[in-house]
Design a protein around this ligand. Structure first.
Ligand code: C2E
Ligand code: MG
Ligand code: MG
Ligand code: MG
Length: 291
């Protein structure tokens, strides 16, 4: 494909439908084995309290280092994996990795939570809460150190099915977050009915809030709405100092984004945390981060 951008000719390689289909087919058929072979891993992105600058925890984000296609981001392979009915395999893997990570922190005396992204398809599995309970018991992690992030459009697609499972997870003591808030054609009314604790403002608004008054207004109203419903408000996509300062001034509770850190592989996360940790004397170790 040839196009011009600012007078300059740009050539882009656009794969054919057949190639896209083949690639998806390969991803789906290879996924289980990829996990077994260690091609799939979990990266972690820190979440930081805006008022205290304390590192509260991390979000687990899956990665696939494919031998042929290179590094695949979840936006490419998660939908294919979901469509193929393999979401249980994916979620099981990420959840286990995440709980092992929290357990290690607990053993070091650190109280850090982990957030795992759930596909709505997980909520179609009636045994899902039992599986999660079993995993929490196996790694001896208290439920309040686990957060599940779900997109609003996902939950709203089939609320009849999703709601009972969500209520069950919430009753277990797991923290529930609505991800990418503001993007679906949602409904503030629905948010009130969901058993959620946290709302994550979609990064598109946070990225735009420095230059676009509309985005700024959306961010401000989500912070206000979230607080009026008693929810923790998290901003994702915090890339600039200005955005962080504005969010802090608005009273947004938690920030996540490249300004603080990109998602990191486990060893790099450890180094990142160590460089920013001040261990307070006493029984409890406190993580203090200076941005
Ligand atoms: P998400 O849950 O909304 O995750 C946030 C995405 O924003 C991540 O992309 C993260 O790398 C990116 N991000 C974080 N900070 C910034 C920033 O400052 N600027 C910009 N431009 N981007 C930032 P990633 O890792 O590619 O994940 C994309 C999506 O894939 C996630 O969106 C989530 O919906 C899904 N996903 C990731 N891991 C899993 C998983 O284990 N299971 C399921 N079901 N979905 C997953
Ligand atoms: Mg998320
Ligand atoms: Mg998001
Ligand atoms: Mg997303």
């Amino acid at each position: 494909v040839r196009a011009t951008r600012g007078g300059e000719e740009v050539r882009a390689y656009v794969p054919s439908m057949g190639q896209i289909f083949l690639r998806r087919f390969q991803m789906v058929t290879q996924f289980r084995q990829a996990i077994e072979e260690g091609q799939v891993s979990v990266h972690y992105q820190p979440k930081v309290s805006l008022p205290s600058k304390q590192v509260l925890g991390v979000e687990a984000l899956v990665r696939w280092q494919h031998p042929e296609f290179g590094r695949l981001d979840p936006d490419e392979f998660v939908p294919a994996v979901e469509a193929a009915g393999l979401v249980g395999v994916l979620t099981g893997f990420v959840l286990k990795e995440a709980l092992i990570r929290v357990r290690k922190w607990m053993d070091e005396g650190l109280r850090m939570s982990v957030a795992v992204n759930l596909s709505v398809r997980c909520l179609a599995d009636e045994d899902f809460p039992a599986k999660v309970t079993k995993a929490l018991q196996e790694f001896e992690v208290p439920p309040e150190l686990l957060t599940f992030e779900l997109t609003e459009s996902g939950v709203m697609a089939d609320p009849q099915k999703a709601l009972p499972i969500l209520r069950e997870l919430h009753t277990l003591g797991i923290v529930l977050a609505v991800d990418d808030f503001g993007t679906g054609y949602s409904s503030l009314a629905y948010l009130r009915q969901l058993p959620v604790d946290e709302v994550k403002i979609d990064k598109s608004f946070v990225l735009g809030m420095g230059t676009d008054l509309g985005d700024l207004a959306v961010v401000r109203s989500i912070v206000e709405l979230g607080h009026s419903l008693g929810l923790t408000v998290v901003a994702e996509g915090v890339e600039e100092d200005i955005a962080r300062d504005q969010l802090e001034a608005m009273g947004c509770d938690v920030a996540q984004g490249y300004l603080i850190s990109r998602p990191l592989a486990e060893d790099r996360l450890d180094a990142w945390l160590q460089a920013r940790t001040a261990r307070s004397p006493g029984r409890h170790t406190e993580m203090v981060l200076t941005l």
